[in-house]
Write a protein that binds this ligand. Structure first.
Ligand code: SF4
Ligand code: SF4
Length: 259
């Protein structure tokens, strides 16, 4: 694979002589530039296969480095250090240490999938970004992201109960992250949110003394159902064995992904 990145060339490997004449031809300056070869030893030749086994990374080997993914990338437009093509290149070479230099931005992929739509080789770069972010977390190079915590809580409920209780997912998620305060604060500041609450609950009825009308519109039934679900934790009928099979399958897939 050809070297595409100037950043991979160490400055002390570039040799240029300011004044040089060979056979009467002046080749001073950049005309005589030579790049000394370098030998990489810090690569992991099993790394590409590892990323392929993680969800989304299976087509990484197809990349031919055209750069269309990076050119179309939403995040690259914000920050030119966010470079899916480059990370795919490093993945193929097994240069994990180089990838880890960008561990604090790889997870920022917003899953817009522009890269996936434009890729001529069906690499699915968005999936590769997810696989890399996943690997970075699993190896402990970054703490679990909020989306990973949410996914785990969601999956846990699916397996244990065979159904999703929104309130339990949210309380489980907020209990493990510090997102609750931030979310409530953001919603409070949104004028459209206040307007929606005002309209939905018909606060105007309350303010104008129409108490019964106001109470009739309050979501007491839904709140009660959610409260009872939190308390009694209902499961899908006959779910027990199905949940066990599902848990076993998830375990096997994880073992498979980790080789
Ligand atoms: S668009 Fe596809 S083939 Fe081109 S560099 Fe990106 S991943 Fe590779
Ligand atoms: S899915 Fe991620 S990598 Fe692909 S274009 Fe969007 S932000 Fe960039």
């Amino acid at each position: 694979m050809a070297i595409h990145e100037k950043t991979l060339i160490d400055a002390d490997h570039v040799l240029t002589t300011d004044k040089l004449v060979i056979d009467g031809v002046d080749v001073s300056g950049h005309w005589n530039t030579m790049i000394l070869p370098r030998t990489l030893t810090d690569y992991d030749d099993s790394f590409e296969a590892k990323i392929q086994r993680l969800g989304g990374g299976d087509n990484v080997h197809r990349c031919w480095q055209c750069g269309s993914c990076t050119n179309s990338c939403t995040m690259y437009a914000q920050n030119t250090d966010f470079n899916p093509r480059y990370w795919i290149y490093l993945t193929r070479l097994g240069l994990k240490e180089e990838i880890l230099k960008d561990k604090d931005i790889i997870w920022q992929c917003v899953s817009c999938n522009k890269c996936t739509n434009i890729c001529p080789k069906d690499v699915r770069p968005e999936g590769v970004m997810k696989a890399l972010a996943h690997w970075i977390e699993e190896e402990g190079h970054r703490p679990k992201s909020n989306s990973t915590v949410f996914d785990e809580e969601f999956t846990r409920q699916c397996i244990v109960r065979g159904r999703i209780e929104d309130m339990e997912v949210l309380t489980g998620y907020f209990g493990k992250t510090d997102q609750a305060h931030g979310l409530l604060d953001a919603l409070r500041k949104l004028s459209w949110f206040r307007l929606a609450v005002f309209r939905q609950t018909k606060l105007s009825d309350l303010l104008n003394g129409r108490m019964m009308k106001f109470l009739n519109r309050m979501p007491f039934g839904a709140s009660l159902r959610m409260g009872l679900a939190m308390l009694f934790k209902p499961r899908t009928k006959s779910w027990g064995r199905t949940g066990e099979v599902l848990a076993q399958y998830v375990k096997e897939q994880k073992e498979l992904a980790h080789g």
